[in-house]
Ligand binder design. Structure first.
Ligand code: BV8
Length: 232
């Protein structure tokens, strides 16, 4: 592997699957329990805030029952030991990357353990339920929503992500179906800037044709092996 200076890694629900966090599009996935339109849009929240808050309260509470897996731990090791530039961009709203020790990390679709105040615009760390309309720790208004990017909303830190994609040598996509944009388009941006591209996923994603290399299997097996390759 040529001398790597800069790596961007995109992760999706597949990296958390082996921790027991349901993916979105698997048969038992999250969307099965609820139709997408029912919960992950601002319109849904306006129409039925109780349903949406309950959906996210349940997922936030479920975080207490899961732990990072070998893939999260391998990326945290890469974060510690890789001397070049690294950015882990996760689509996931769970906290498993952090709990494994990753630091050069950003959540482009928000986080279950944060709440956003619709009155003052502040985002706060939040571990409990929101359906009881608790007061914003900042302004006191009972106007907190999940700090999650819903469909139709702009993902976080897009400029930072685009800048990293424009300068990386290697773009790696782990555990995502390539179904949702703009994340699904990152591989094309990386290729445009002449980065090498690698997909690691249980099965070929929708965008698998854009990748120079694709490895198919469980992230818990593929990611530790790949990290060892990079660090050796
Ligand atoms: C925006 C937070 C614009 C919520 C999420 C028509 C065409 C193209 C695009 C659009 C369109 N109509 C609308 C759009 C835009 C839309 C979009 O892409 N829609 C799709 C459905 C077509 N996108 C948006 O709305 C985005 N915003 O475009 O804003 C804008 C412009 C100006 C001003 C304002 C706005 C925002 C999208 C963010 C939505 N929020 N998450 C929550 O979590 O509840 S999306 C959610 O689904 C995830 O975060 C993730 O991003 C996405 C995809 O899920 P995956 O992570 O890929 O999971 P999935 O289950 O799909 O796949 C898992 C994969 O893992 C599988 O491939 C499986 O094989 C693999 N796997 C399973 N087990 C393992 C494994 N791999 C390895 N090991 C294993 N063990």
């Amino acid at each position: 592997m040529a001398e790597l200076q800069s790596i961007v890694i995109l992760t999706g629900a597949g990296i958390s699957a082996e921790s027991g966090v349901p993916t979105f599009r698997a048969a038992d996935g999250l969307w099965e329990g609820h139709r997408v339109e029912d919960v992950a849009t601002p319109e849904a929240f306006a129409r039925d805030p109780g349903l949406v808050q309950t959906f996210y309260d349940a997922r936030r509470a479920a975080l207490a029952g899961v732990v990072p897996n070998a893939a999260h731990r391998a990326l945290a090791k890469l974060d510690r030991d890789f001397a070049g530039e690294l950015l882990i961009v996760t689509q996931n709203v769970d906290d498993l990357h952090e709990r494994a020790g990753a630091e050069r990390l950003l959540h482009m679709h928000g986080e279950l353990k944060r709440a956003l105040c619709l009155a003052c615009g502040e985002s706060h760390g939040w571990a409990g339920d929101l359906r009881g309309a608790p007061a914003c720790p900042g302004c006191g208004a009972a106007k907190l929503r999940p700090d999650i990017v819903w469909f139709g909303e702009m993902p976080y830190e897009m400029e930072r992500i685009e800048a990293a994609l424009a300068t990386c040598d290697l773009f790696v996509s782990i555990g995502t179906s390539g179904a949702v944009y703009p994340a699904a388009g990152f591989v094309q941006t990386a290729r445009y800037h002449r980065a090498s591209t690698l997909e690691m996923n249980l099965e070929p994603s929708a965008g698998t044709g854009w990748f120079d290399e694709a490895r198919h299997g469980p992230a818990g097996v593929l990611v530790p092996a790949w990290v060892e390759e990079v660090l050796s």
